[in-house]
Design a binder for this molecule. Structure first.
Ligand code: HQG
Length: 180
């Protein structure tokens, strides 16, 4: 079983287009595992025996903690683009968070701050190595921006925990961003 392909399908279903799998996210992004399993099983013959432990193994063995299983439900921890914004509990962020992006995007961010663009939230990283990796999805030599997260939070910007490495924000005004 190719866990990478399952993870892609699960992310697509739980972040972007659940309706294509006849799934409906609740207000925190959860769906019943059995519903996701039956949708996944019908996608490919080799997934016909897919069970919850396979999803648990996929999460445990993944390079990033993208999904969470709890009490017979599963959700994506970040990355959503579904139209209804998920309900998230604001949390106290670390002092500094990082955002890796392409050099061409920096001027746009200087003009309008960090915006979620096609997703529900801006994605930030706890360390430069992770931000670098995120930025490399966009450019060979990404630019790392430093976000003064604690100061921004004290000034009314809401932050939310994604996983151990990823934090989310509705948007980050430019005065809290340090450019290289
Ligand atoms: C840019 C992956 C114009 C922003 C990663 C980024 C992450 C602006 C792009 C997660 C802007 C959005 C998300 C503005 C920000 N004007 N562009 N004002 N503000 N941008 O892919 O953060 O592998 O939606 O710099 O690891 O790159 O899928 O977000 O380049 O955690 O699990 O708009 O996706 O995780 O791009 O990545 P994305 P992201 P997975």
């Amino acid at each position: 079983m190719d866990t990478g392909s399952i993870s892609k399908l699960v992310s697509h279903a739980l972040r972007h287009e659940p309706w294509l799998y006849e799934l409906e996210l609740d207000d925190k992004g959860w769906v019943p595992v059995e519903e996701l399993l039956s949708a996944s099983r019908s996608e490919k013959p080799e997934w016909s025996a897919l069970k919850e432990p396979d999803l648990a193994a996929m999460i445990a063995n993944s390079d990033k903690k993208r999904h969470e299983l709890l009490d017979g439900k599963i959700r994506a921890l970040y990355g959503h683009s579904v139209p209804n914004k998920l309900l998230k509990q604001p949390a106290e962020p670390p002092a500094v968070l990082y955002h890796g992006t392409s050099p061409e995007t920096v001027a746009l961010i200087r003009a309008s701050g960090l915006q979620p663009m096609d997703r529900q939230y801006v994605h930030l990283s706890v360390d430069t190595a992770t931000a670098e990796q995120v930025g490399r999805r966009k450019a060979r030599f990404p630019v790392l921006l430093e976000v003064q997260a604690k100061v921004a939070a004290a000034n009314g910007v809401a932050f939310y925990r994604g996983n151990d490495l990823v934090w989310l924000a509705d948007q980050v005004p430019v005065q809290f961003i340090e450019f290289p």
